[in-house]
Design a protein around this ligand. Structure first.
Ligand code: C5P
Length: 239
């Protein structure tokens, strides 16, 4: 994979104009555009088609979590939309992930298109050990162990990868092998501000730890020149 293909640009804006202008500017410098709840819910699913028409691949970050039939149906919609990647909560369970994987296989065959890359979200990085115990009543598990168990379970169900914190890359790579896709946010080049991200990793460190894709937003979007910022990151990854 080329260095630029590893960059997933977070389109954390709420207007189509801002999103499309970033896509036009950066389509030649990043691999995937991430459309999350903010943008998707502001402008609707057509944004996926429009980005595709401009030559960009799309990661729809809506983290599905529902009964198996509903998540499978939502996955079918993602395949029809031409989405490149999307995610679900592993907490939705085995049956949910399996139903999704089966449905995507069938629908992609019917459409004669490659299957979207499905990613599992394990334990959100905003949840700490105390919350796991006090609010989710998971008393006998360390977060790191739960993350790896859920990654393995997702893989067994036919989910193609995970979104995880840089701290978890090593353990997941070891447990799930070289073909399992690992996507990680919390990325900050040495020259950019941390903003609200707490445990950060440079793009190069994330790559060395075994990440396939890095989700990067503000270090590129808020830079004086987004193209220059993306090029600097590509250079770091290629070094
Ligand atoms: O601007 P920044 O590079 O911090 O953007 C990171 C993106 O990754 C945002 O869209 C954020 O919602 C997402 N994300 C994250 N941490 C997680 C999961 C997703 O920063 N644990």
């Amino acid at each position: 994979m080329q260095a630029q293909d590893r960059i997933v640009l977070a389109l954390d804006v709420d207007s189509k104009e801002k999103a499309i202008s970033l896509v036009r500017e950066l389509a030649g410098y990043v691999g995937v555009f991430k459309v999350g709840m903010q943008l998707y819910n502001s402008v609707g699913p057509d944004i996926v088609r429009e980005i595709n028409e401009l030559g960009g691949k799309v990661f729809v970050d809506l983290k599905f979590h529902d009964i198996p039939n509903t998540v499978a149906a939502a996955g079918r919609v993602m395949a029809r939309l031409g989405c490149h990647m999307f995610n679900v909560h592993a907490a939705g369970g085995r049956e949910m992930m399996q139903a999704l994987a089966d449905e995507l296989k069938q629908e992609s065959k019917r459409l004669e298109r490659p299957e979207p890359i499905t990613l599992a979200v394990t334990v959100l990085t905003s949840i700490n050990q105390e919350q796991l115990k006090q609010e989710m009543y998971v008393k006998d598990m360390q977060i790191e162990d739960l993350v790896v168990r859920w990654a393995i379970m997702a893989q067994e169900c036919g989910i193609k990868g995970v979104v995880c914190s840089p701290q978890e890359i090593g353990a997941i790579r070891q447990a799930c092998g070289p073909d399992f896709k690992i996507v990680t946010p919390g990325i900050r080049p040495a020259w950019s501000e941390a903003n609200d991200q707490k445990r950060i990793t440079t793009p190069r460190q994330a790559l060395d730890m075994g990440a396939d894709y890095m989700v990067i937003g503000r270090p590129i979007v808020k830079a004086g020149s987004p193209v220059e910022a993306a090029l600097k990151i590509i250079n770091e990854l290629e070094e």
